[in-house]
Structure formats: C-alpha cells, structure tokens
Ligand binder design. Structure first.
Ligand code: GUN
Length: 298
C-alpha cells in the first residue's frame, strides 16, 4: 500500500485533498511510457455516442483526447438519436468484428427508445472496457479476469494512492447503479480490499445513522449535496461520485465545504473521481490489447 503523498495538499479544514486530475495525469504518463517501451503498438479505443446530449458529447470528446495523451489511438462513431435499435447494434457489431479495435465504449445513457442491454451484450469481455455487460459483471462477481467498471476502479486507485486503509474498515456505498454502486461494493469487499461494506440507497431509512460510523463513505446516488457534516465521522474518507445538474451548476453528492472540516480525506467535485474514470478507461483499453493478443503488459 502506498502512503499519502508528502506533496498532498489539504483543504481549509485540514483534510487531504484527493486530487483526481493529478493522479489521472500520472496514470496516463505511466501508460504512455509502457506503450513506448513496447514499441508503440496501435491500441485503439472506439467510442460510440448516440444523439446530441451536450454533457455526453463533452465526456466522449475528453475520452478521445486523453486516449491520445496516453499513446492510444481513438476512433469515434457518432450516430443520430433516432437511429433504429437494429442499426445501432449493427454499428457496434462492426466494431466487435474489427481486429484493429481493442476497446469499445458505448456512452450511456442512450436516448429514449433505445435499449442499452442488447447493445452492451454484443461486446466480448475482452473489448468491454467499460466492464458493464453481464459477462464482465459476472466475471467480477466470480473473481475471474476481466475489465472492472472504470469509475469504481478509479475510486480504488484513489484510495490506494492516498494510502487509505480499507482492510477491516467500515465502508458505506450510497447508490446501487450497475455503473458505480454495485461494482464498488464488490471491489471494496473482495479479498485484498477486505472492507466491511454497507450498500445504502434512496430508500435507506436513516442515512445519517447508516453513515455516521463509517470509515469510508462513497456518494454515488446522484442527489445534490446529500452527504452533510452530520453523516460523517471525524477522520473519515469521503469520496464523491455523484453528478447533479442544478440551477447553481454541476454539484456532487457531497456538501464539500461542510464535510471537509470533519473528513481526513476528501475528493473535490469536479476534479476527483471524474478524471479517474477516464484514466481507468485507458488502463482497461491497454489491458484489452494484451488480453486479445494473449501477451503480457510491460
Ligand atoms: N455515462 C456516464 N459515465 C459513464 C461510463 O463510465 N461509461 C459509459 N459507457 N457511459 C457513462
């Protein structure tokens, strides 16, 4: 386990500021060095975006840009929001069949009227760099090799980087999405991480009671400023995965100003878990290349 970087900055209240932008840049630089050392093989991430949702366009553009920074290739497939389900599936199948594509990401959510499930299920586990379909999730549950969803993987990387002990600790994950909450529970509770994990959600009867003894709180409910000082034990680690669009702009699940005065470590929003999702997508794509070729990473 690494220790808290001596250069870590602290919030006004003294909490370690878990800097996702800085860690993302470290991870991308490490990936680039590995790919250089392997003679710069062409490793390609394909992104699929259906429709013209502005935030999704921004996320996907950023994924393409960061892929290039990490020494990967990126291919973008933009499709109209009124595409037929069968045509969308044919586009994704073409990427599955293309040997020059190693990782495929279908940006979610899809526009109304399209069903994501059969689209995701087209992806073989090796190319499912989002780790979101039932085969990848099954592998995670069964402890088999496969891609782990990027956001919860990014949370685990932040915890490791900042030397936050998970073994024997009480963790509460708030939110039960397949994108974050469910895989996050598995990652924190599995052998090696060894946390004792509680899964809370919007119907949890008393969230303060559930959180107030936790050593680690992960907010992934998508409810603006749900987690306040009263939820947080003195010295806890608080990680914000929530994204809510409000009249005041984009805010997370954590009321940062109030919570940072009690927490020992906290992620900002933005600049915490978001960049880590992108970094882990690039790591998964690099791993995909080696899985497909049966080779060993540098
Ligand atoms: N939409 C928001 N986050 C994600 C993600 O991690 N993967 C995909 N595919 N869509 C998303």
């Amino acid at each position: 386990m690494t220790t808290t970087p001596t250069t870590a900055t602290r919030t006004d209240g003294g909490a370690v500021f878990m800097n996702g932008n800085a860690l993302r840049d470290e991870i991308l630089a490490e990936l680039k060095a590995k790919i250089d050392a392997e003679g710069n093989p062409e490793i390609c991430l394909a992104t699929v975006l259906v429709g013209d949702d502005k935030p999704s366009q921004i996320y996907v553009k950023s994924k393409g840009k960061k892929a290039l920074e990490a020494g990967l290739q990126s291919r973008h497939v933009g499709l109209p929001g009124d595409i037929a389900q069968a045509d969308l599936e044919a586009e994704v199948q073409a990427l599955v069949d293309d040997p020059t594509v190693h990782g495929i990401l279908v940006q979610l959510p899809l526009p109304d009227g399209l069903d994501a499930e059969p689209v995701l299920d087209l992806l073989p586990p090796e190319k499912d760099v989002d780790g979101l379909n039932e085969r990848s999730m099954g592998r995670l549950v069964r402890g088999k090799a496969g891609h782990v969803p990027c956001t919860p993987r990014g949370v685990m990387r932040l915890l490791e980087r900042y030397g936050i002990e998970t073994s024997g600790k009480k963790a509460v994950v708030i939110g039960r999405s397949t994108l974050v909450g469910l895989p996050q529970v598995l990652l924190l509770g599995r052998k090696g991480a060894d946390a004792t994990v509680t899964l809370a959600h919007s119907r949890t009867a008393d969230l303060v009671e559930t959180c107030k003894d936790a050593d680690i709180i992960i907010g992934a409910a998508g409810i603006a400023h749900l987690i306040k000082a009263e939820h947080v034990k003195e010295g806890a680690t608080v990680i914000d995965v929530g994204v809510s669009r409000t009249a005041d702009g984009i805010v997370g699940d954590v009321d940062f100003d109030a919570v940072q005065a009690k927490a020992a470590a906290i992620t900002p929003m933005p600049g915490g878990t978001g960049p880590m999702t992108i970094a882990c997508l690039m790591e998964n794509t690099y791993d995909a290349y080696h899985m497909i070729n049966g080779t060993t990473p540098a």
